[in-house]
Design a protein around this ligand. Structure first.
Ligand SMILES: [Zn+2]
Ligand SMILES: [Zn+2]
Length: 83
């Protein structure tokens, strides 16, 4: 069964229904202020931030770190994976 990842936090789910039904601790509006969002890219060996190009083997690790080229301002948000 393919796994589904949250774009904000990198948590893996076995079903999209479960993913979109539970609150995301790394939601852009604040912790648990919204649901997980399906990452629509494929599962990769390395994920790259669409703002700055930083890459990490783990989507969870990538989205845990602040992005110095975030559109809201330097380090005002986390890295966000390109598809
Ligand atoms: Zn999430
Ligand atoms: Zn970044």
């Amino acid at each position: 069964m393919p796994t589904s990842l949250c774009e904000y936090c990198g948590t893996k789910f076995t079903s999209v229904v479960n993913l979109t039904a539970s609150p995301c601790f790394r939601h852009p509006l604040g912790s648990n202020k919204g649901k997980h969002k399906l990452y629509e890219g494929s599962e990769k060996s390395s994920y790259t931030c669409k703002y700055c190009g930083t890459s990490n083997h783990s989507l969870a690790n990538l989205t845990a770190a602040p992005c110095f080229r975030h559109p809201s301002g330097s380090n005002k948000g986390k890295h966000s994976p390109a598809l």
